[in-house]
Write a protein that binds this ligand. Sequence first.
Ligand SMILES: C[S@@+](CC[C@H](N)C(=O)[O-])C[C@H]1O[C@@H](n2cnc3c(N)ncnc32)[C@H](O)[C@@H]1O
Length: 255
Amino acid sequence: MSHEVFNRVAEAYDAARPGYPGDLYDALADLSSVPLAGATVADVGAGTGISTRGLLDRGARVVAVDPGERMLARLVARTHSPRAVVGDGNALPLRSGSADLVCYAQAWHWLRPEESIQEALRVVRPGGAVAAWWNTLDLGAGSAGWLVAHEMRLAESCPGYWGPALPEWHMPPIAAVMAEAGLGVREAWVHWTREVGVDDFLLDLRSHSYVAAMEGDAVDRLVARLRAGLAEVFPGGRLRVPMRVYLAVAPRADG
Ligand SMILES: C[S@@+](CC[C@H](N)C(=O)[O-])C[C@H]1O[C@@H](n2cnc3c(N)ncnc32)[C@H](O)[C@@H]1O
């Protein structure tokens, strides 16, 4: 079960995963036509609360839902006035029509596609919206050569790797599933730069499910190899990482 993998790496996840840029939350409000201040938001797959706190900071009332008890325990410990429920995004423990937004930050790919969207549509009120987003490294044209080389090293060493170094890699197909459900879909890419120390960058890596699933000391050997590659480019240990966030939003039309 995916949430058990995350439970094992909850501390690394919480300490080192990046947040989302302010422009992402602005785009979410624009594309959904739901102002975040005062909105009731179901943050599904809330994990340790990175997305939950971003939404709370913008004035939303957030219910965090996740099946991972250790992830949610971190959320509760780190969040001011948290509302957190252990639950499954395919069968939300929330009343019909109770949310202005149902959001999945870095999480929808763990759910059953059609079932989860139908469930979100049950929970979101008319005039509200369903939204999902994913932070990813930006390996597009003009990206830093060091980042491409780093990600290629990771792809070679990690059997379960799934990411932008693979030609077949793609964003989860939520836009297609939303369209099949009869929804109009709005998409955006939000570009930003992450400034991070090398230790946090590598700790973040340990929280990715395909790294967390590796056995024995394979992770330590992988991290040592990647650290050596990064040290050649950043002897001072401070990285500027090109990032981009993919956002898909489907307003519920019968509002
Ligand atoms: C990559 S984390 C995202 C956490 C957080 N939203 C963020 O932005 O950092 C994915 C989360 O999805 C959760 N998850 C896995 N299966 C799920 C399910 N069936 N329903 C809801 N959440 C699930 C995992 O437990 C994990 O906390």
